[in-house]
Design a binder for this molecule. Structure first.
Ligand code: ADP
Length: 488
């Protein structure tokens, strides 16, 4: 048996000895210490005690005062008063203040049973207090977790789906504060149409039946705005009838947006492939027909002139070549393989060359192209690439210029060369003006105007690789002017 640590508050050593004897007789192994003053008690309370037995009246000191000191240090230790003469009122006051029992010195035989009972009670009290403390700590930990989570809304619903708890993440996500939302139905987080279909109730029903319900769906914030959320609704396992639910919501709007962007990119690519194959096939079909008719002509002396046919074939081949060349340019640029071979180049010379080469097209389409330049504009550039720039802008002007005069200007100012290509054609709607510099983007239907939507993108890449910039001014139906500026 473990010795019983007994603290005896008693001015009479004999009385204290009697108490110890009585306890030993009842089978305890008392390890006792006697104190008789506040100072001694104060010192003794530095050690742990299993029980405190106190006389009522001590010189300059009494049981209520001793009890107060003991309780301050040891809230659970049993405190038993053993005294000779005490009024009933004093005894009651002591019990009210927390003394566990009162034993008369005339009836010490009752001491041992009182001590046994109090020790047991004290243990129960201590265990309950410790259990409560563990519970409080567990709750505190849970609260800290739930409260520190900002990216997830976590809240609880009562069995009818009304909010009973709310974390800061939920407030951040939905805009509802805890005070506003408590007691409201979780249906307020559903969009109008989902509410009309009875989804909030249906989801609770599924969770009740199957334990949980998960989905990705649109939700509503307090201000009515919509966001995409991944939600988990769990039925809380509880024996009692008032089963409720826990809900975790995560905002996945950004993820949805990325998926939509990717889908859009795939759509644009597919559209491009459709246009590209169409565009490549048109000259090919024509070529095939020409070749077939050339072959047939060998037998027919009345066929159209061979020269003309051959020129047509040549043009179509040239067009195929340009289209494929453009696609290859794109591949080179996107894979980062575009390197510039810079040399001394006269931009005026480049433009005149390009126009000369396009002369057959210009004439055939019935255009007049005028080049305006005061003198050479020389810089350190990649000549072939600048030819591509001028050719692309000219070819667009001839495509969209409605056969009205096209004007190309080359000039220099403050160390920068400027190339302008002005047409008086269909123009570009304002909403399309930024977009058309992107890959595959076009502002006209493929039915009316062929093209892959790559020319302006390639042009911009080349201009920017030279440290320059390209811009446009256009009015719908009022013509377009592209301006390229290059550092010299
Ligand atoms: P495309 O092969 O379609 O011509 P571009 O990249 O050269 O490709 O041009 C993209 C789009 O910009 C064209 O589809 C057209 O809608 C518009 N565009 C380009 N240049 C002009 C212009 N001079 N006048 C009107 N629209 C133009």
């Amino acid at each position: 048996m473990k010795p019983l640590r007994v603290l005896i508050i008693e001015d009479s050593p004999d009385d204290a000895d009697l108490l110890v004897l009585e306890l030993a007789r009842a089978g305890f192994e008392p390890a006792a210490r006697r104190v008789a003053s506040r100072a001694e008690l104060e010192r003794a309370l530095a050690e742990p005690w299993d029980i405190v037995i106190s006389d009522y009246d001590l010189p300059g000191f009494d049981a209520p005062a001793a009890l107060a000191m003991v309780r301050e240090k040891e809230p659970d230790v049993p405190f038993v008063i053993v005294s000779g003469v005490v009024s009933e009122a004093a005894a009651v006051a002591c019990m009210k203040a927390g003394a566990q029992d009162f034993v008369s010195k005339n009836n010490l035989a009752r001491l041992a049973s009182a001590v046994s009972r109090e020790l047991l009670d004290a243990r129960t009290r201590r265990e309950r207090r410790e259990a409560l403390e563990r519970l409080r700590q567990a709750e505190e930990r849970y609260r800290l977790i739930v409260e520190s989570v900002r990216d997830y809304a976590m809240f609880m619903l009562d069995p009818s789906g009304r909010v009973t708890s709310w974390n800061p993440g939920a407030e951040r996500l939905t805009g509802w504060s805890e005070a506003e939302v408590t007691g409201r139905s979780h249906a307020i987080f559903y969009p109008e149409d989902a509410r009309a279909r009875g989804e909030p109730e249906a989801h609770l029903e599924i969770a009740r039946r199957e334990g949980s319900h998960h989905e990705e769906r649109q939700r509503v914030r307090k201000d009515g705005s919509i966001f995409w959320a991944e939600s988990s609704l769990h039925a809380i396992e509880k024996a009692s009838a008032d089963q409720g639910f826990s809900v975790v919501l995560r905002d996945i709007t950004e993820r949805k947006r990325l998926v939509d962007d990717l889908r859009e990119a795939v759509r644009v690519r597919d559209e491009f492939l459709a246009i590209a194959s169409h565009e490549l096939r048109t000259p090919l079909t024509s070529l095939k027909l020409q070749v077939q008719s050339l072959l047939a002509k060998r037998e027919s002396p009345n066929g159209p002139k061979l020269d003309e046919k051959l020129r047509l074939v040549e043009r179509q081949v040239g067009r195929l070549n340009d289209l494929i060349g453009g696609m290859l340019d794109v591949l080179r640029i996107t894979s980062g393989k575009m390197t510039l071979s810079r040399e001394r180049v006269d931009l005026v010379d480049v433009v005149r060359d390009v126009v000369a080469r396009a002369q057959p097209t210009i004439e055939r389409a019935g255009y007049v192209v005028e080049v305006k330049a005061d003198g050479p504009v020389v810089g350190h550039w990649d000549r072939l690439r600048l030819e591509t720039v001028a050719a692309n802008l000219l070819s667009n002007a001839l495509k969209y210029g409605e056969r009205k005069p096209v004007e190309i200007g080359v000039s220099a100012e403050n160390g920068r060369a400027r190339l302008t290509v002005r047409d008086q054609g269909i123009g570009i709607p304002p909403e399309a003006q930024a977009r058309i510099f992107e890959r595959f983007e076009r502002a006209v239907p493929i039915r009316h105007f062929g093209g892959l939507g790559l020319g302006l993108w390639i042009t911009r890449q080349i201009v920017e690789a030279h440290g320059g910039a390209i811009r446009l001014e256009s009015r719908q139906g009022g013509g377009t002017t592209f301006t390229v500026e290059l550092p010299m």
